[in-house]
Design a protein around this ligand. Structure first.
Ligand code: PLP
Length: 475
């Protein structure tokens, strides 16, 4: 495994059999997968990881340019996290936090997490995933407004293309049509406003700031149309990850927050991707100037090693929970595994590592290598927009640079690039034709260069394919 970075060869010792594929197809329903295609092609079976690399069952290695699912910040072989889990398993492998129970490790984690949190966060509620965090946030908003006697103030605004998860409320907050279609979502009381992507939705001649003003005005109009007394909160990712890494346009957050404040609408920051250093700041909220009332986080909280998430709230919100729960004598919300000691121990160790290794300084030091490297592709004939901050970015592929025309969805251009990336030993992710980059935060400059070199090969293969199929004009 020591040479994972260099090697993309087949390990002869590894089984070449696709027996694993047959067994997987026979047994498992895969998330976010074309189920029909999966029955024909089977899975890529990953069996090992080291640093920023993973290895498949055939011994081929891949640079994991997405940190798994935007989460393995400390890479795929951090022994301290494995040891923290093991120690905790031996000491107290399970306990819960219902009925006034706590664990020592849970208390340590809550204190540590709040010490990382932006100003104004006072209490934390633990969950197991980003979706659960956002579902919990929706329930807390309702509970808060019942406590404060504003019983009509319950609607939550989200944004088109936002990603907030897949449980019933979180999927409703998600602004992607495929998450609603076939599932009879969104549920009542959840609204969507426009996606603030300047490159795609800015009007001809409109400046970025004027676009941000238009977005904020449109939010205000929507609040007024619904009735401010019925609108409780806006939920938003500081930058929109699964939408294709869309950065807020200049002055957007300043303008949006002044609208929210005008109508007493709460801001929930979904920090599930941005949290814990991804942008070069500990929080996306800090990077982009958000002043949230509530924060949801997950993923890098444990470097993705075990499932854990959290909702942090202000003292004002906590006081309302205290009051409302007094009516029944109990705060009737919680998961069996809220604050489970083993993921808590791993999360605590992750936060200690971020601090001890000064992960923020590392990200700030090497992010320019990735951001400038990505921007070198801006002149490529297939590249419409290059965007990013810190160690997260995206390249949007287009059929025509001048008109910004997208490829026909059925052409599957983004998916083709991803498969060529696999061939060249690189795992990335396509959101439509936007190719996302979100490597482990421990990546080195040499590994960034390797990631971009391999991406360059996949991009050239994609151009050749697009030319051969007449999807772009020939040279
Ligand atoms: C911003 C954001 N929120 C919420 C979620 C949902 O998290 P989970 O998949 O852990 O439920 C995700 C997952 O990618 C996310 O990117």
């Amino acid at each position: 495994m020591k040479t994972m970075g260099q090697s993309v060869t087949i390990d002869p010792a590894a089984s070449m059999s696709r027996e694993s594929a047959r067994r997987d197809i026979a047994t498992t329903i895969h998330p976010y997968t074309n189920l029909k295609q999966h029955e024909v092609e089977g899975p890529m079976v990953i069996t090992q990881g080291e640093g920023v690399f993973v290895r498949d069952e055939n011994g081929k290695t891949y640079l994991e340019g997405m940190a798994g699912l935007w989460c393995a910040s400390l890479g795929f072989s951090e022994r301290r996290l494995a040891e923290a889990a093991y120690r905790q398993m031996l000491k107290l492998p399970m306990y819960h936090t219902f009925l006034q129970k706590a664990t020592d490790v849970g208390i340590d984690l809550a204190e540590k997490l709040l010490s990382f949190a932006p100003a104004g966060m006072s209490k934390v509620f633990f969950v197991n995933s980003g979706s659960e965090a956002n579902d919990t946030a929706v329930k807390l908003v309702t509970y808060y407004n019942n406590a404060t006697g504003r019983t009509r103030k319950k609607k939550i605004i989200s944004r088109a293309k936002a990603y907030h998860g897949v449980t019933v409320a979180a999927a409703s907050l998600t602004g992607l049509p495929n998450n609603h279609r076939g599932f009879d979502l969104p549920i009542a009381g959840i609204l969507h406003v426009e996606c603030p992507h300047y490159y795609r939705f800015g009007a001809p001649g409109e400046t970025e700031e004027a676009f941000a003003t238009r977005m904020a005005n449109s939010l205000e109009q929507r609040i007024l149309a619904e009735g401010p007394e019925t609108v409780a909160a806006l939920i938003a990712e500081p930058l929109m990850g699964a939408a294709g890494v869309i950065l807020p346009p200049a002055c957007y957050w300043e303008k949006v927050q002044s609208v929210l404040e005008r109508y007493d609408v709460m801001l929930i920051a979904d920090e599930v991707i941005c949290g814990f250093g991804r942008t070069g700041e500990m929080w996306g909220s800090t990077a982009f100037g958000l002043r949230p009332d509530m924060i949801t986080c997950a993923k890098a909280l444990s470097s993705g090693y075990l499932p854990i998430g959290a909702v942090m709230v202000s003292q004002e919100i906590y006081d309302a929970l205290l009051k409302e729960s007094g009516k029944t004598g109990v705060f009737s919300h919680g998961f069996t595994y809220s604050g489970h000691p083993v993921p808590s121990a791993v999360a605590l160790e992750s936060l200690k590592i971020y601090e001890e290794r000064d992960i923020l300084s590392h990200v700030r030091r090497i992010a320019p290598r990735m951001q400038s490297g990505l921007r070198r592709f801006a002149t490529h004939p297939l590249v419409g927009e290059v965007r990013g901050i810190g160690l997260v970015g995206a390249i949007e592929l287009v059929a025509d640079k001048e008109t910004k025309a997208s490829f026909d969805v059925v052409a599957g251009v983004g998916a083709f690039l991803i498969s060529r990336g696999h061939y060249h030993g690189l795992i990335l992710r396509a959101m439509g034709d936007s190719i996302a980059f979100c490597p482990p935060l421990i990546i080195t400059e040499d590994e960034i260069d390797l990631m971009l070199d391999r991406f360059g090969l996949a991009l050239e293969d994609t151009l050749t394919m697009a030319q051969q199929r007449g999807l772009v004009a020939p040279d």
